[in-house]
Design a protein around this ligand. Structure first.
Ligand code: AHR
Length: 814
């Protein structure tokens, strides 16, 4: 019987060769969707005996954005039950359909074939492929020859006392019989787990020759043709050793994934009793071992490229429950402190194009303006109810001499802006222009005076110039410059970063200077003054906080804190980054919580009643400048990632609103984490602007204590809370809840229990996008903006909020 079958097979083989000629051109994947549509990878795997989850062996999925860091779907549980002891799943996309083959276990002469259009619903079943003398079919795989509309299916089966590779061809996966199968190649010793990849017209076959005891590891064979008669796999014996640095026991089950849009491949190997290992190659000659994280217990995987849409569907179908069991309790009847509206403040500096071009264009500009101040910018700022703007710096403040910025503009002396690009500052935007700008916006001014290079007299004169109503040299000078009535300016900072650009002082020295300067910052004509001492520069500069508080606390109303959370880990750019950069930046944003707690604890020692406000007057994500722009101008784009940074910060500021009285994002326009970007007459709003807009409902509302139990967003072995939230009640009794889902991949459900409040209506808005780096451009200004959100189910006092990945939601309960 076997003899006859053999003759049949040889005939078929001869025919096949004749028919195919040398034109056989297999495809290993699909060109539909288009290569540019792929953005993630899916791994299919099964679990070994050491599986952390209790299910039977079966199909499991993990996904990745870089083909290195894999995250299990469905918490590592089964995603498909083949009603068989599924091992070695192999999936490929052919002609818009997914085909999966796998074995039934160790000792069955059958394989399974399934088809699916969505990787979720499969149809198919068991196929008997192995010749009658064979007893098993291990690690089946296939490729497809388009010209013949034929699948070539291959697997390892026993033959002549060892395992070797067999194959069969099929059109539709139903015309397979054991009699049609034959040997693909035979190296005369055990050989299993072949996988094939094509590059530049050469086929690379990774396989595992040798019995377990031989530990021969994965080897590479090369062939110019895949025609069974012309195949050279195994011609040179067991092939070349490729992974010399593998697990000491060697690896089996090699699998290859081509990286999206690159001529780079990752080859995974399975060291049976240890986690999967991987190597990277660009030429199939040199292999570099790469660190990978794969699901616990994952064995013999296969990998494909998938689109973002497909990933989202899979994530929705197979969510990870640790991220879906978030519980938020809001004690709506327990609010005590107010969230100061000044937490939504801004910072402007004579830096790059923040003032010039961003705010100030001059009266003669064709860009619509009111007394030289851009109308579009003012309108945008009014919409988000900007409460306060800090000016003129920053480092610039300690070099700024205010008298250079008053009087007829043509007479104003210029200066060199040494900190920011060494450009010439013409002083056309000075005291009058800044205070006019604040009046147009309807916000409070916050002025930072010069301590680093200025004098007490100069500082004191500035206060008199602006605020004194009576007759005095400074008030008269103001009148001569066209302003009769004084302005009210409550917020005054006494220096900026005086440990660094503001004079490189020691805390004790600055504290003494502070005490002296602040003495002459007088309250004239009913103008109430709030004095801000220069506090820690960087969240962890605790010795400075200690020194300033110790020596000057009784003379201050507020103390500043500056903290920038920087950028990503691998990429310092705002737009070009990967998931590790997303993770790292958000992790740094979360550190603000720790900084406020620790600095607050030092302040508590000297100010237990919390009279002194912590004024976070510079914060934000600070990336490398946009390529091609002046490095001294700090111009950066702003993406959904930066919006998330803003959401995280606000939620933290609210939590500490008994201490944090003001915060000012750096900087308002065209510099660092801006809310507005301008280019000539054009203006766009960044995603960060939209967070300010969505969150403005919390301004001056009562902070509601919350309790949040949430899962982790994990990257590598590191994790951060997947959810951050805050809640407040406004004067009209409306409750607002803001939630950020920082996980860039997975949606989540938040169960909110609202204690002590009645409401009849729930509405909401959401900021989210398909990509981590979605941002607005001058060509596409509305790529990212808030939309209505209604994915909330509401029963009794519980809201069930379903949020997509990387999203910020604000809900209103009325
Ligand atoms: O915002 C840019 C600079 O950062 C400020 O001038 C300075 O205070 C800080 O170091």
């Amino acid at each position: 019987m076997f003899f006859n079958r053999r003759i049949n097979v040889m005939l078929i083989l001869a025919l096949t060769i004749l028919v195919l000629g040398s034109s056989i051109k297999p495809v290993f994947g699909d060109s539909n969707p288009k290569p540019t549509e792929y953005s993630a990878y899916l791994m299919a795997y099964f679990n070994g005996e050491d599986a952390p989850v209790g299910d039977d062996w079966g199909l499991r999925y993990a996904y990745s954005k870089d083909a290195r860091n894999w995250k299990a779907l469905n918490n590592g549980h089964l995603v498909f039950d083949a009603k068989a002891w599924l091992r070695d799943p192999f999936i490929k996309r052919i002609k818009g359909k997914f085909h999966m083959v796998h074995t039934k276990g160790m000792e069955y002469p059958t394989i399974f074939h399934w088809e699916s259009t969505d990787l979720i619903n499969w149809k198919g079943g068991e196929i008997d492929v192995v010749h009658p003398a064979g007893t098993k079919a291990w690690a089946p795989e296939f490729f497809y020859v388009e010209s013949e509309d034929l699948f070539y299916v291959y697997w390892a089966s026993n033959h002549d006392g060892h395992h070797t590779m067999h194959y069969v061809t099929t059109k539709d996966w139903t015309d397979i019989t054991p009699e049609k199968s034959d040997i693909f190649y035979d190296i005369g010793i055990h050989d299993i787990d072949l996988t094939i990849v094509e590059h530049d017209g050469t086929y690379y076959g990774f396989h595992k020759p040798g019995a377990y005891e031989d530990f021969m590891g994965n080897r590479l064979s090369v062939s110019k043709s895949l025609k069974p008669g012309e195949l050279t796999f195994g011609k040179d014996g067991p092939g070349k050793v490729v992974f010399k640095d593998s697990h000491p026991g060697g690896t089996e089950g090699p699998e290859v994934i081509k990286l999206i849009g690159q001529d780079k491949w990752h080859i995974y190997g399975d060291p049976f009793a240890a986690p999967l290992e991987a190597w990277e190659t660009t030429d199939f000659v040199k292999y570099t071992k790469i660190p990978v994280t794969t699901p616990k217990g994952a064995k013999h995987c296969s990998m494909i490229q998938i689109t973002q849409k497909e990933l989202e569907k899979l994530l929705a179908e197979y969510p990870n429950t640790q991220n879906t069991e978030n519980k938020l309790v809001i004690n709506a009847d327990d609010g005590k402190q107010k969230i100061s509206r000044f937490i939504y403040g801004h910072f402007t500096e004579h830096l790059g194009r923040c003032i010039d071009e961003g705010i100030w264009v001059g009266e003669d500009s064709p860009i619509p303006n009111t007394r030289g101040i851009r109308n579009d910018v003012v309108e945008a700022l009014k919409r988000i109810q900007v409460p306060v703007v800090r000016w003129p710096g920053g480092c610039f403040a300690d070099e700024y001499h205010w008298m250079d910025g008053i009087g007829p503009r043509e007479n104003r002396p210029s200066m060199v802006n040494t900190h920011w690009g060494g450009v010439t500052e013409n002083n056309h935007f000075g005291t009058h222009e800044f205070l006019d700008f604040c009046e147009q916006v309807g916000c409070e001014p916050y002025i930072c005076g010069n301590v680093g290079s200025g004098t007490v007299e100069e500082f004191s004169d500035w206060v008199e110039y602006i605020t004194f109503d009576g007759k005095s040299p400074m008030a008269d000078l103001r009148r001569a410059n066209g302003r009769d009535k004084p302005w009210k300016v409550k917020y005054w900072a006494i220096g900026n970063e005086n440990d660094e650009c503001g004079g490189y002082m020691l805390p004790e020295y600055y504290a003494n200077l502070y005490r002296r300067f602040q003495t002459y910052v007088r309250e004239y004509s009913g103008n109430e003054i709030y004095k801000v001492a220069c506090g820690p520069n960087g969240g962890m500069t605790y010795h400075w906080t200690e020194g300033i508080m110790k020596f000057a606390h009784e003379h201050m109303d507020g103390m500043s804190l500056h903290n920038y959370c920087g950028s990503g880990e691998r990429s310092p750019y705002a737009l070009v980054f990967e998931e590790d950069d997303w993770f790292v930046l958000l992790r740094k944003a979360y550190l603000m919580d720790e900084y406020l707690e620790n600095n607050g604890a030092i302040m508590d020692k000297y100010d237990p009643d919390k009279r002194i406000g912590l004024i976070v007057d510079e914060w934000g994500a600070w990336h490398e400048v946009e390529p091609g722009t002046n490095p001294g101008f700090c111009y950066q784009q702003s993406t959904l990632r930066d919006a998330m940074v803003a959401g995280i910060h606000f939620n933290i500021f609210h939590k500490y609103s008994d201490r944090v009285h003001m915060a000012n994002i750096a900087q308002m326009v065209n510099v660092i984490q801006s809310i507005i970007l301008t280019k000539g007459e054009k203006m766009i709003l960044t995603p960060t602007y939209h967070v300010f807009d969505m969150y403005k409902v919390h301004q001056d509302a009562t902070y509601l204590p919350i309790k949040l139990e949430c899962g982790e967003y994990k990257y590598d072995e590191r994790g951060i809370p997947a959810i951050t939230a805050t809640a407040s009640r406004d004067d009209a009794g409306k409750i607002h809840i803001s939630i950020c889902n920082v996980d860039p991949n997975e949606g989540t459900t938040v169960r909110c229990e609202i204690r002590g409040a009645d409401f009849k209506k729930v509405s909401g808005s959401i900021l989210t996008a398909p990509k981590m780096n979605t941002h607005n451009t001058f060509e596409n200004p509305d790529a990212l903006k808030p939309t209505g959100f209604d994915n909330v189910k509401w029963t009794g006092d519980e809201l069930v909020v379903k949020m997509p990945s990387k999203s910020i939601v604000v809900l209103e309960l009325d």
